[in-house]
Design a protein around this ligand. Structure first.
Ligand SMILES: C[S@@+](CC[C@H](N)C(=O)[O-])C[C@H]1O[C@@H](n2cnc3c(N)ncnc32)[C@H](O)[C@@H]1O
Ligand code: SF4
Length: 382
């Protein structure tokens, strides 16, 4: 009989920095020139080799291919990465294995390979069901193409699918967003992520807003949309388990929970971030640097920071309050030798009175009402 080990859990994030074209709002690290694909994967495999001790030290429980557009590249590249990881660790303890896919880049063959290598969860980016909105955002697909991809994913037999939506988009009315929510609910995915548009300075969207071509997001409309989202999804048995994430029972993203609960994760590839043994690190963001550093047999890490005890507490509170289950202050008190409620007495009393938070004898959490102003609540508490 195999001996049971007590290895700590590990998540793995792998960044695939290629997209067919760049959406106007997106500041994720990705390029549209695919000529570096082959070289990139060669170097990614070398990077994995450099982490063989880490892979051996931990028990891998989740893997997440993110991007960029992981479904753009030939699925054989994905297979090679998985096989490389398997050289250093078995994947017997894998609970969740996700790949992000985009409509317009998928086919049956790719999905069959994903299945074969053990991928058991698909996260598909829709953003909106309105074709004009999709066009305005620079998406490469319309709603029908999304439906084709979604149906194909189901046909190939994936039973854990997440759909991404965005709201607060230029020109998007509350009715338009409601229609997107309704159509997605009808498809019955196990998980829905819905993000309020963030205007990032490096994007085309930012320039278009500055020039007055597109309108700036409006906080009030954004709040109305978010409250509508929470109501509609909860009526349809989706639990809000994190500010932007909703799932059917048992379908919370296990990989994302690793981030939010500050467990260890390895970040591989250009611009990926990791958190191992209380150290956070970020990889370089330029292809040339990535290749050159790996040529020198050094991990392509740009910055590392050891998290002090004070920062650790700050992170636990900040990340924990994003979750509907909140933070277990009783555990925090023991771990950091503090009295959390006493230390934040005035703020807690006020927020309780305003029904923005609730608490019991061990936890404190943001209420459904508080979720739409969660940033302000978190700032007030920490
Ligand atoms: C890693 S991204 C991209 C995944 C995939 N390539 C796609 O486009 O569908 C994951 C999700 O973040 C959201 N997102 C990206 N940029 C955003 C922004 N500026 N504001 C709000 N949400 C954003 C989108 O919903 C997107 O699907
Ligand atoms: S949103 Fe997705 S597809 Fe669009 S540019 Fe960003 S990563 Fe690429």
């Amino acid at each position: 009989m195999m001996m049971k080990t007590n290895k700590e859990r590990l998540g793995i994030y792998i960044h695939i920095p290629f997209c067919k074209s760049k959406c106007i709002y997106c500041d994720f690290v990705s390029v549209t020139n695919q000529s570096l694909t082959d070289k990139y994967f060669d170097y990614l495999l070398k990077e994995i080799e450099m982490y063989k001790e880490v892979l051996n030290q931990f028990k891998v429980v989740t893997i997440y291919f993110g991007g960029g557009t992981p479904s753009l590249v030939d699925a054989l590249y994905i297979e090679k990465v998985v096989n490389k990881i398997k050289e250093y660790t078995d994947l017997n303890d894998i609970l969740e294995f996700t790949i992000e896919v985009n409509p317009g880049t998928l086919n049956r063959e790719k999905l069959e390979v994903y299945k074969k290598v053990g991928i058991n969860r698909i996260s598909i980016g829709l953003q909106s069901t309105n074709n004009n909105t999709l066009k305005m955002l620079g998406r490469i697909h319309d709603y029908d193409e999304f439906l084709d991809s979604y149906n194909l994913i189901r046909e190939v037999g994936f039973n854990n699918v997440s759909v991404d939506l965005m709201f607060g988009l230029p020109g998007q009315t509350v009715e338009m967003f409601e229609s997107s929510i309704d159509k997605v609910i009808k498809l019955n995915p196990e998980h829905i992520s819905a993000y309020s548009l963030k205007v990032e300075e490096s994007t085309k969207l930012y320039k278009l807003i500055k020039k007055g071509v597109l309108e700036e997001p409006n906080e009030e409309i954004d709040r109305v949309m978010y409250e509508l989202l929470i109501d509609k999804l909860s009526e349809n048995k989706y639990n809000l388990y994190e500010i932007s994430n909703f799932s059917k029972n048992e379908f919370e993203s296990k990989h994302n929970m690793i981030y939010w609960e500050r467990e260890n994760y390895l970040g591989l590839g250009l611009a990926a971030h990791g958190f191992i043994d209380n150290k956070r690190y970020g990889n370089v963001i330029s292809f040339n640097e990535y290749f050159n550093i790996i040529d020198n047999e050094i991990k392509p890490v740009e910055e590392t920071s050891v998290i002090s005890e004070e920062e650790c507490l700050f992170e636990e509170v900040m990340l924990g309050l994003r979750l509907s289950k909140g933070i277990n202050y009783k555990k925090l008190n023991e771990k950091y030798n503090i009295d959390f409620i006493k230390d934040h007495n005035q703020e807690v009393i006020e927020l309780l009175e305003e029904k923005m938070i609730e608490m019991n004898n061990e936890s404190i959490w943001i209420t459904k009402k508080g979720m739409s102003v969660s940033n302000a609540i978190i700032t007030k508490i920490i």
